[in-house]
Structure formats: C-alpha cells, structure tokens
Design a protein around this ligand. Sequence first.
Ligand code: PA5
Length: 478
Amino acid sequence: MGYKTKEWRNSMRVTVDYNNMMSKFLGEQGIRDSQLREVKGQAEAAYRYVAENRGKDELYMGWTELPYNQDAIVADILATAKEVRKKFKYFVVLGIGGSALGPSMVFNALCHLRYNELPNNKRKGPKFYVEDNVDPVRMAALLDVIEPDKTCFNVISKSGATSETMTQYLIIADVLQKAGVDLAENLIFTTDACRGNLIKIDNSLGGKVKKYILPDGVGGRFSELCPVGLLPAAVLGIDIKGLLAGAAYMDSLCSKPTVSHNPALACSVLQYITMKQGKNIHVLMPYSDNLKLIADWYCQLWAESLGKAKDYDGNTVNAGTTPVKSLGVTDQHSQVQLYIEGPYDKVITFISVGQYGCEMPIPHGCEDIPDVGFLGGHTMQELIQAENKATAYALMRAGRMNYTVNMPEINAFTLGQLMFMLELQTAYAGAMLNIDTYNQPGVENGKKATFALLGKKGYEGQKREMDSAPELDSKYIV
Ligand code: PA5
C-alpha cells in the first residue's frame, strides 16, 4: 500500500475495545468466553461467505473491491473536481438513501463544521448542499440560497426511477431551463452503466452530461466509496485516495476468520449474540460533532440490510436490531438516563476520538464557585474525552453492554477504515443470520404504494387494493 508510511498508517489504526461487553466487567449481564466459542463456527462460516463471494456483482458484493479497482476513476474524478471548483460557486447533490447519506456524512466528518459559512478564500471548494428529502420547504430553501446557473447539480440515482430524486431533478431542470442554462453544462449524473433513466435523459440531452457509473454490484447503501461519494468528496477537496487507502487498510485488518484478529467480525459476533438474547436496540454514539452523521449513514446500512422477514431457507425470521443514533456528549443530557436505568435491551457502541482537530483550552475563571472553577486549566478535548470514558464506565457499572471504536483522529484514512469496518460488520452479520443483506423488499413495497397513489401507469392494481382497505373510522381519530 503506497499511502503514507507504514508507521503512520499503524499509528492511525482504528481499533475496537469490547471489554465492557464481557462478563469479566459486567458479571451476569456480560458475554462469557464460552459464548464466543459457541458461535465460533458460525462466525467462521460468515467470514468464509464474505471472503468467497468478494466482488461478485450478482450477489451485490462489488463494494468489497472498491478500495482496489478505481485508479482510473479516481484520476477522472480528481480532474472533474478541479474543473467544478473553478467553474461553480455551489455544488448540490440530488439523491436520497445511500446516495445522500454517504456524501453528507463524509462532508460533515472531514470539512469545517461551518463550511458553507466560511468566506470563499477559506473554503477548498464550492458551497455544498445535499437535497435528500422531498419536503417542499427544503427545496424552496435551497433555491433561496443558491444561484442555479452557478451551481453544479450531481444527480445520484442507480435506477433513475426514485421518485424523490427524480422530483428534485425535474424541479432543478425546469429552473435551469427557465434561466436559459444549457442543462448538460450544470449537471453530472452518477448512475447505472446503461439501464437507468438518467442514461435516457442524457441521451435526450445529446449525450453531453458528464457521467459516473454506480457499478452493477454495488447497492446504494454500500456505495459511498464509489463515485457516489468520491465525486462530492473530491469537489470538497477531501483526500479521496486516503478514504480508499483507509478502507484497504481495514480490509487487511479483517483478513482472519477469528474474533480476536478481525474487528469487523468481532463487532458482528457481539451484535449477533446480543440479538439472540433479545437485546434488539443498537445505539451508535460518536463523541464528535464531525461524526454525528456517521450514525445516520450507519442506521441505513444496518437497518435496510438486516431487517428481513425471511432467511435464505424461506423461514420467517423477522431479523434485525433497531439502530439508534445518538451523539456524545449531547445525548448524555437526554437518552443516557434510559440507557443506564431502562430495560436491558440495548447495546451501545461508542466512537471515541484520540486527538480532536483542535484542543480549545478552558480559561481559568469563577474560581470562587467550585462547580465552575475546576474546569479552568483543562481543555474541551479533555472534557469530552472524560465524559466519554465516564459514560462507558457508568454503563458498565450498571451492567449495560457497551463497546468502543477508537479513532486515533478523524481524517480521510481513519474514516475510510471506519466505513469499511461497518460495511464488513453488516455483511458478516447478514451472513450469520442467513439472510439477503443486499435487497430491500420492504422499501420497494412502499415505493410501489407511492406510485399507485400518484397514479403511475402500471400500478392500477395496487391502487385498487389500497382503495379496498377499510374506511377510516372516525372513532379512532381524536
Ligand atoms: O440502499 C439502497 O439501495 C437505497 O437506499 C437506495 O440508495 C435509494 O433507494 C436510492 O435508490 P436509487 O439509487 O435507485 O435512486
């Protein structure tokens, strides 16, 4: 691996500490070594399933190879990003689900927390927005702050048939046309190689729109390390080679079939054991504002991948645990009370940071008020880290399972590791549950119902079925 030195890479290694899951610390509430041994066979089988099917498009496992097979694409993306930075004042992602959560998460993690408010000379790229939802107020707000003719719109949709994304597209295309802009100049499409509707739209625009391919074997929620995420990140000046190098590094750390030598497998085994014990809430709690959106991204990855009715043998399993997003320390003042004293139905995953982007000393003051005076002379980094440790300790003392993912610092390399670890963890967990990690039949049903309600051709049967549902009973409306 040619990214920085070996020493540097090792100093940036992301690790998992799961002591607070184990009976040694939690007593009766904890996992015993014998329980780890009991699922050893299943863990090894899950590891083998993922290892043997790496890169297989037909199984949607193309994401495993993204750290290795994109040199030409990365070079192209970097060249495009340079042009975009020169030409545009704003960069807007139109997309939803995997196409929106990843770009938002990486932006939040690796850019200035007040990026769009910075003066132009302090920003590496154009102002950045991700549309995501189809709340009309959100679209109106976007149109209030951008100048459409000076905006590059990156439409990201594998199918080009997602109602939300295509609604965003139709509105923006209309705005651009009315402003007399040549659409192809201000659009970039990230989509399926040949099947998606965006290809048809591009053809109707003379084939002039710049396009990036969302590879066949990469599903939306596993797509952040392909052009879906790499282009927006590159436009922002983020080190995309570092993201990919981090993912490859984590892949190498997960190359053994044992819990003690594979952090992603360790996390999936812990989740699997606790899932079987009925602990079906899984909280992700980063202690960092930069990592706040990793919890949103991960919630989709975990929920959409593992929430499945049937297993591969056709059994009804209704698998999955409910992921919950939380932020340290903010949620110490809201949710943590429940985590410590409420039902024993949760596992908390902390993400801790070794070195924050800045220290921020706390000045001395109010020394005659002991509740305040003791803070002076410390730093905000010391405070947030102490609160993180203290919360993990309090949970442990209360017999509540928690483990910590340690990030030495937040940079492209460590974020790449974290993303790849969470993707692998999800893949292993799906394999242990014997379910299809990569489909989303439940979401598809919701999409079809929306089509029917809006009168899309071909969905008349679904509409009739929906119309035949019982009339609303006014006694249940208060
Ligand atoms: O993970 C997934 O596959 C979904 O969340 C998709 O990303 C989302 O539904 C958007 O689909 P598309 O890329 O076809 O617009």
